[in-house]
Design a protein around this ligand. Structure first.
Ligand SMILES: [Zn+2]
Length: 178
C-alpha cells in the first residue's frame, strides 16, 4: 500500500483508513472530492475543528472603521480604503509612538466619548481627517480614566455610580497603554 502523510502531524501513514473528503474547486467551476488522510482520530479532530480567527490590532482597527462606514449606509465597496490606509500610515509616521490599538482608541474616543459625527460634510475626505488633532486629548482621557477606575475601586464614595459610568464607557479599550 502506498504511504501518505498525515495532514495534521505529517507522520507517514500506511493505513489509509482515517480520512476526510475535501471539496476541490476545479477551473471549470465543478467541484472535485479529494481524500485527506490522518494517522489517528485525534489528528483528524484537530485538523477539522474550527480554527480560531486571530484578530490583529490592525484588523481590529480596519474592522472598526468598516463598521462606522457600514452604519452610515455605505457598502463595503464604497469605503475609500486606499485613502484610509494611506492616512493610517501617515498618522503613524507623524506620531511614531502611536500603535494600531492606540489609533483605534483615538477614533473610539472621538465617536463614543465626544460623540462626534465623523461623516459631517465638513470633514470632506475620510473619517480619519481629524484624528491627528485628537491624539493628545484621547491619550489624556485614557490616563484619567485609569486614575478614576483606580479611585473607584479604592473608595466607596457616593459619587461612585457616576465615576463607574465614565469608567464603563472606556471599558472596551481598557487594556490600552499610552
Ligand atoms: Zn497524525
Amino acid at each position: 500500500m502506498a504511504t501518505a502523510k498525515c495532514k495534521q502531524c505529517k507522520n507517514l501513514i500506511s493505513d489509509k483508513s482515517i480520512y476526510i473528503e475535501q471539496d476541490v474547486n476545479k477551473k471549470d467551476g465543478t467541484i472535485d472530492k479529494k481524500k485527506v488522510y490522518f494517522c489517528c482520530d485525534e489528528c483528524k479532530m484537530e485538523y477539522t475543528k474550527p480554527k480560531e480567527v486571530v484578530e490583529t490590532p490592525y484588523n481590529k482597527l480596519t474592522n472598526y472603521i468598516q463598521s462606522l462606514y457600514l452604519s452610515q449606509g455605505y457598502t463595503k465597496q464604497q469605503i475609500p480604503w486606499k485613502v484610509i490606509t494611506a492616512q493610517i500610515k501617515q498618522i503613524m509616521t507623524e506620531d511614531k509612538t502611536l500603535n494600531y490599538a492606540q489609533l483605534l482608541y483615538v477614533i473610539k474616543y472621538m465617536v463614543d466619548i465626544l460623540e462626534m459625527n465623523l461623516f459631517d460634510d465638513s470633514f470632506n475626505g475620510t473619517i480619519l481627517n481629524l484624528v491627528p488633532y485628537y491624539i493628545n486629548e484621547a491619550r489624556e482621557f485614557c490616563i484619567k480614566c485609569k486614575d478614576i477606575r483606580k479611585l473607584a475601586s479604592e473608595f466607596d464614595f457616593e459619587e461612585k455610580i457616576k465615576v463607574v459610568r465614565v469608567g464603563n464607557r472606556s471599558k472596551k479599550v481598557e487594556e490600552m497603554e499610552f
